[in-house]
Design a protein around this ligand. Sequence first.
Ligand SMILES: NC(=O)C1=CN([C@@H]2O[C@H](COP(=O)(O)OP(=O)(O)OC[C@H]3O[C@@H](n4cnc5c(N)ncnc54)[C@H](OP(=O)(O)O)[C@@H]3O)[C@@H](O)[C@H]2O)C=CC1
Ligand SMILES: O=C(O)C1=N[C@H](C(=O)O)C[C@H](O)C1
Length: 267
Amino acid sequence: MNPIHIVVAGATGRMGREAVRMIAGENHFKLTGAVARTHTGEDIGEVIGVGGLGIPLTDSLEEALEQGQPDVLIDLTTPSQVKRHMELAIAAGVRPVVGTTGLTEAEMRELDERCRERGIGGIIAPNFAIGAVLMMVFAAKAAKYLPDVEIIEMHHDQKLDAPSGTALKTAELISKERDEKKQGHPKEEETLEGARGGYRDGFRIHSVRLPGLVAHQEVLFGGPGQLLTLRHDSMNRESFMPGVKLAVEEVMKQTGLIYGLEKVMDL
Ligand SMILES: NC(=O)C1=CN([C@@H]2O[C@H](COP(=O)(O)OP(=O)(O)OC[C@H]3O[C@@H](n4cnc5c(N)ncnc54)[C@H](OP(=O)(O)O)[C@@H]3O)[C@@H](O)[C@H]2O)C=CC1
Ligand SMILES: O=C(O)C1=N[C@H](C(=O)O)C[C@H](O)C1
């Protein structure tokens, strides 16, 4: 079997360097390019401390796509770059596997059309940690029977977007399972702006940012006399790699853009 050729955008970042390590450790994956704004020309393996991989960093995804002829782009960059990267990849017939958060629903619809026109698959996974995907799916099931819910997501203080992609995806899955319901007291008033969090389909999402955190989420359900708490913790970025590997394997079999890893899992 030919290995799947992969370019990583954001290869020097917290997630990107884990992805490069994961690819280097899999016989059926081959790294063909690495993109970041810094360290141009340096070997990505040397930059992340795993020894030479023979892949120089470039600051141009266009160049990495042309030279490496990859099958898959793994994008782990920033909300401001991800759409342009996906457009470039799809136009070149390269399947995007995207962990970068911050794309709007309208942007995802447009990118889905582009994938279909090109006859290729793409996967956007707001969270690659298998445990986090299970938490989201379990939350949707719980919401059917315990419709009063609030989400608390907690991340490191370098995160650019709030709420997290995981919280938004959890909210979307919950909203599909329960009728819109306005929670809390009808006369409730905030005496401190933002105290009740962001409002979405009748419920609240709260974002915490602190040094020391990695990626954590609690989904709290309340009913008369009872509470159910679903919680997931990523202790490090290695936790996301089995999901990245699964997404790369699955994207080769799909057509159109898939939003959420649960759609390629047997759940
Ligand atoms: N789906 C999931 O499971 C997960 C998703 N994420 C998401 O992944 C993304 C990356 O997170 P994280 O690794 O923590 O971020 P980092 O800030 O650590 O890394 C960002 C990477 O993107 C590169 N980059 C930034 N701007 C550009 C640009 N204009 N062109 C090319 N490369 C660029 C940076 O390169 P340089 O250093 O040279 O600037 C760096 O390599 C975020 O959106 C985050 O929310 C994070 C964890 C899990
Ligand atoms: O920025 C992060 O770190 C993470 N981002 C994703 C999100 O927004 O949900 C996934 C994970 O929570 C880590």
